[in-house]
Design a protein around this ligand. Structure first.
Ligand code: G6P
Length: 363
């Protein structure tokens, strides 16, 4: 096992640090660097869907929620994102022109598979996005896109989500291009931005880890955490909270920051810290005003932000200023490494957290 960890203390840490290579592998053969064009051969036989339902569980569900923002914005396809265990028992309203996208790292999650089978019985096509070649999701989908993240050993999913976000970005771009709805700004920035990511992220990861370690020491006393974000950062807030729960056993809630005022703010007090995703996008002024509310109640804040965003929280954590959805590729490892360093500091079993399984093959 020590050899498999390539010198890293845990598989989770190794897998977080593999993310630059994962991005590179996901782009290989799909994005032509010279011509700056995109091809997804797996989609050749599929029309652009009129409506999309994304079905998944856990971290894969968060990837689906994230994708909704860009698929709707770039390809103008209405997207519903569904927790598979709910989806499978609902009275589904689906149409033959719809597409169901099943996202699963393992390709064996029972609820996701059950959802897919119901859909296919209704004659609605299923596109699988999964990591394990030849898995049930891969075999039972009408078409499958592999995420090419390599084997993920740590129970808490990290690099698989990174690979899902890359492929979902490509999917949104591909459909947008086919429909002619891509904005020029997206055309100009996304493919070159993706190609530049592996190098940038590789350089940044050690710095991100250093800051995560420092903050973990300062916040390991916390019994509860809020994770707040808006827009595309909201699903990442959910993922940050999930990572912290899974491996450090600290209670954490991810919330859309604008929703705090409808209840959760009642919980804020000095020993209930907030991890805020305060990145420099069009929603930043709104996030800032949400954070003022937290501060006014004495809540401590870690604010993950960009240089120049003018955030004046106690603990600001500046990550590279990559705007738009590609910024998420820096937010995600910051959240992962913060949870990792908290769990290590608290002496938890990072790779094998209690009560959790890597793949949930029963209902
Ligand atoms: C389990 C794992 C999670 C994972 C979820 C969905 O709960 O512990 O890390 O996100 O299953 O798994 P899947 O393989 O379908 O992506």
């Amino acid at each position: 096992q020590a050899a498999q960890k390539s010198g890293y203390k845990h598989f989770m840490l190794k897998e977080i640090f593999e993310q630059p290579q994962v991005i590179r592998d996901c782009l290989a053969g799909r994005v032509d660097e010279r011509k700056q064009t995109l091809d997804i051969p797996e989609l050749k036989t599929m029309d652009v869907p009129k409506r999309l339902s994304i079905v998944a569980c856990g971290t894969s569900y968060h990837a689906g929620l994230w994708a909704k923002y860009i698929i709707e914005s770039w390809a103008r396809i209405p997207v519903q994102v569904e927790i598979a265990s709910e989806f499978r028992y609902r009275s589904l309203v689906l149409d033959k022109d719809d597409l169901v996208l099943a996202i699963s790292q393992s390709g064996e999650t029972a609820d996701t598979l059950a959802g897919m089978r119901i859909v296919r019985e209704k004659g609605v096509p299923v596109l699988g996005l999964c990591n394990v070649v030849g898995s049930s999701v891969a075999r039972e989908s009408d078409a499958v896109i592999y995420t090419q993240a390599g084997p993920e050993i740590s129970v808490a999913s990290t690099k698989a989500m990174c690979s899902q976000l890359v492929l979902l970005t490509l999917l949104a771009y591909y459909w947008g291009e086919k429909k002619g709805t891509l904005r020029q700004e997206v055309r100009d920035t996304i493919l070159p931005g993706l190609l530049a990511l592996p190098k940038q992220l590789k350089e940044e990861l050690p710095m991100i880890r250093k800051k995560a370690k420092k903050l973990a020491r300062e916040y390991a006393w916390a019994k509860s955490f809020f994770y707040l974000g808006r827009g595309i950062n909201f699903p990442l807030a959910l993922e940050g909270a999930l990572k912290l729960k899974e491996i450090s056993y600290i209670h954490a809630e991810g919330y859309a920051s604008g929703e705090m005022k409808h209840g959760p703010i009642a919980l804020i007090e000095p020993d209930f810290p907030t991890f805020a995703l305060a990145l420099d996008d069009f929603l930043l002024p709104k996030v800032k005003s949400n954070l003022k509310e937290v501060q006014a109640r004495g809540g401590r804040i870690i604010a993950l932000t960009h240089k120049g965003a003018n955030i004046q929280e106690e603990d600001t954590w500046v990550i590279p200023r990559v705007r738009g959805p590609l910024g998420s590729f820096f937010v995600l490892p910051a959240l992962q490494l913060f949870a990792y360093e908290m769990a290590v500091y608290l002496g938890k079993d990072v790779d094998q957290p209690r009560n959790l399984a890597k793949s949930v093959t029963v209902e």
